[in-house]
Structures are given as C-alpha cells and as structure tokens.
Design a protein around this ligand. Sequence first.
Ligand code: GDP
Length: 598
Amino acid sequence: MPRKSSKGTKTSPKAESRLEIPRLLTVQHLADLLGLTGVEVIKHLMQNGVMANLNQTIDFDTAAVVASDLGYEPVEMAMPEPTGFTREVVDGQELHPRPAVVTVMGHIDHGKTRLLDAIRQTNVMDTEAGSITQHIGAYQAEVDGRKITFLDTPGHEAFTAMRARGAKVTDIAVLVVAADDGVMPQTREAIAHARAAGVPIVVAINKIDKAGANLDRVKQQLAEEGLLIEEWGGDTICVPVSAKMKQNVSELLENILIVAEMLELKAPVDCLASGVVIEAELDKSKGPLATVLVQSGTLKLGDPVVVGDTWGKVKAMFNDAGKRVKKAEPATPVKILGLNGVPQAGDPCTAVASEKEARSWVQKRQQERQLESLRPARTLTLDRLLADTEEGQPKQLSLILKTDVQGSIEPIRTSLEQLETEDTKVRIIHAGSGGITEGDVLLALASKAIIIGFDTAPTPGAQSLAQLEGVDIRRYSVIYDLVDDIQRAIKGMKEPSYAEVIQGHAEVRAVFSSSKYGKAAGVYVTDGKLRRDDMVRVLRRGEVVYEGTLASLRRFKDDVKEVTAGYECGVGVSGFKAFQEGDTIEDYRMERVDESET
Ligand code: GDP
C-alpha cells in the first residue's frame, strides 16, 4: 500500500504525491508522515488558524489542509476490515474449504469439559511421539482425515461475550444434555444464545452410561424447546454419548462434519491473515502470549500484527500440540509470541504489511478508544431499537424475558406475541426464571435486545455491566404495564411517564465486609421501608453519592424481601463499597404517572 509515493521533502514534493492520513492523529504523527519536525507542522497549523501542541489529536480534515499546503494529495486511510469470516469475500481471492469451529455448551455438570477431553484424547493426533497436548484455548480434532476446531472454553457466556465484542467465531454449537438430568435452565440459555447467533445446534445426550439415563425424556424435553430430533421428523441431529466411557465420540464428530459440510465453510488462504483472540496471558519469562484463531488468510512467522489495542510481530507460533509452526491457515488456533501488550479475548487480530503500518493502526485505535470513552453509552432503548430498523424491512423487537417464577413466563410471552403486527415482529430470544444475569446482559448486547424483568432484579454484576454497555433493563411488577409499554413502542407512541416514589429511608450505623457482597452496611430503617427489588441512592450530608439497586437485604442470616421502619437490617448496594457511618439510604421505586396528569 503506497503511503507516500515520494519522500516528503520539506519544500516542494511532487504534486501527485498521495499521502494516506488516519481519520484521527496527533500533530507529531502528522509531522512524521510529512517528514517535517513537529514545530514546522505547528507553524503550518497556526497559519491556518489552528492552535495545537505536539501531542494534540487533530482530525483528517485539519491534517489534510497542511498536507495540501505542502503539495500532497491527502487521502483518508481506510480502517482494516473488521475481522471475522466477513473478510472471506475478498475480491479476486480464491476461497478454500476450511474446518468448522465448534463451541460446546450446556448446563453445568452435564459433561462439557469431560466431552472436550474425550474428543481430545481420542481424536487428536500428537505429531511427535510423547508430546503433551497443550491447553491453548482451542484444539483441532481429526476424523476421517478431516479437521474440526474445538474452542476449549465451554459455555455460552464465553461464546456470547465474544459475540458482544463483535467477534463471530463459532460455526456450530454442540449442546450437551445429561441423559439423567435432562433439559435444565442453562440448557435453555445455551439454546437461546446459539439461536440468537444463528448457529446450528448438534445435540450430544451425554452420560448414557448412567443408571438414571432416560433418552426419550430428554428428546421430549428438547422437542418442547423447539429442537425436534431427526428420528421424530425434525432436523436436529442428536447423538447419545458417554464422555466418561468415550462411547460414540467419533459418531458425534462425524455428525458435526455432516453439519459442517452443509454450511460450506470457506475462506481465502493466500492473503494477509485476520482472526480473533481466543485467550491471552502475560507469561513471566516469555512476555505476552495470545491464542489466535485464524479466520481468513495465512498467518506467518514474522508477520506484523495489530491485535486489539496492541501490536507486534509474530516471533514464534505454537500449535495445540505445543509444536512450533511457521504458518497457520483458516480455522487453525495458534499461540503467538511477540506482542507488545496483552490483548483481550474477542479482540480482532489483523496481519498488516509493515511494522510501521501496525504502529499507526494501533495509534488510531487508541485515539478512537479515547474519543469513545468520552461519549456517553448509547442505551439501546425500546424506541431506538425500533427506529434503527432498515427501511423496507419489518421491524423486529428482540426481548429477553426474566421472571421471578417459571409460571409467569407463558402468560407474558403469549401477551407479548399477540402484539405483533405486520410491520413489527416481536422476538423473545430467551425467557427464563431467576435474576437477570451478566449472561443475559451479554446476550442482549450481542443481539440488540432489551431485557424485561418481571418481579425480578439484576445481579450486581449484571447491573453494572448493563450500565457500562448501555443495555436497557426494564423492570415491571404489573403485566398490564409491561404489555402496555411494549405496545406503545410498537405503535411508535410516546412512552408513558414514570416518576419516582420514595418508599423509605434508613440510616447507616455500621460498615462491615461481607464475603459475598464486598462492603455491606448495618442500617436502621427510620421511615417507610426498604424493599429488595427497589432502586436506592446513598446520601451523605444531603448529597447523593451513589445510585443503584439493592444487592442484598438481610435480617440476621436470612435474605428478606422487605424491612419496615423501626427494624435493623444488613444492606449491600450493587457496585458500591464506600459506605460511611451516618450515610442515609433512600429507597425509591419508579411508578407510572397517570395519563390524565401528563
Ligand atoms: P461441565 O460442568 O459441563 O464441564 O461438566 P464436567 O465435564 O465437569 O462433568 C461433570 C461431572 O460429570 C464430572 O464428575 C464428570 O466426571 C461427570 N461426567 C461427565 N461425563 C460423564 C459421562 O459420560 N458419564 C458419567 N457417568 N459421568 C460423566
């Protein structure tokens, strides 16, 4: 890529010299590009009425004025393509078949880890005798000479966390269901997460060696979740296995290959690589290490790479058997050495032509990150979700529904689905009972959905994540209000007004550490009451020092729903640890204001 077709001489560069300039850059960076000193660039900027110091960030338009003054033709530098299999379609690039990338999901203790180990032990060929397989976050299994890449971190949380960061990594989800336990809450979550991502599901009914195994019951339960297996006329592939006895593992792999074949997975091979970080760590002696799943192109030893906010040069690469390799093709996981910093899982990794280019991308990304941090989080509100739909497309409202008890789900689901119109589809991507978890927030983020809590509250972690990422959590305790709000949004009507109604106050009399909630406060309720599901603010000398939700409300050792005036209790506030004696906790609830009053 020509950055500058002639060396930037200070006086009269050729008129046709193209100069690629990032959208944002520092004055010093511009000086480097122009081959001038910083002071010279500052002077040029001043002549154009811009006062800036060396470290100040300027935009492309400002930099372009200086560059044109000096006879360059400024061109805004294109960002590298976002990584992901989207880069598969590169003009003129021949596409080659690539292995499928598989994530194993399912309820806790149903055998995800054991199944991954069984596959590894039975189908991974160690290239060197006696070599020990390495846990690098992913590995490749081989069946009938064909490869399948397995991500080693089981569970839908990791899968969706990556997706929320924009990384599409998985092609196929293997849903593990224990034959003796059947479909459980996290099984349903996993189904929702895979479906929201549009990833096909292969079911592995595990633990068939156990006495309590009941295959028919599991198949029936799966059908209730909309996964109708092939032998019952559906199209879901289902394989009974025992991870413990290593029974039917090859059969499972063969079936994964069948699904992979239908997906016709392809990627270009002969171009610069792009991929995604699966895991990363700082090794005391080797420095930053990152496992990258190459998604397109070929990653080679010595390639300069931009990885998230950091960059480097691939000094050494290791495959899943711990063997040094010189190159990695699509769907291959490799551990790389040579980065200047530790990236995060889900970060894009892009090979570029030169170290200079790598440095300049990272600088730009960091500047963008800085600008980003100044912007308030864009909350995905009901109105915005519906407004953002592309023209001509039916609008789609994606919802995650959490309720206090399982029994509330169906009536609410039915009421919401009845609100569908020709133009607006209502899609409940996940419904379950219990608190609103971080997994729910990630799913909402990755799927552009809002979360509806009916008589249930977010966990402290979920609350702060939602605030950080701008995910809308709406809580209701009256079905009518819930349905009415959604209906209004669908009809493009103004949302009803809500006003806060103070429920009570409590005084902080002691501060102590709680193993579960961090800092907690011993309080005395002075008026009204504190309710477990309400919003609270912490007041100090009349000023609000924090607003959030109650993370815990306890009397003696028991969790309670409410505590009324005249009683003492223990209180934890989500995300808040700095209680002081004498603080006041104010409990409030948002209540709908009557239409006639607005
Ligand atoms: P995960 O939480 O889904 O990763 O579950 P694990 O792989 O840790 O397995 C949970 C427990 O179930 C462990 O004690 C395993 O040894 C056991 N387990 C896993 N697969 C099987 C199986 O096929 N048969 C039997 N009997 N036990 C299994």
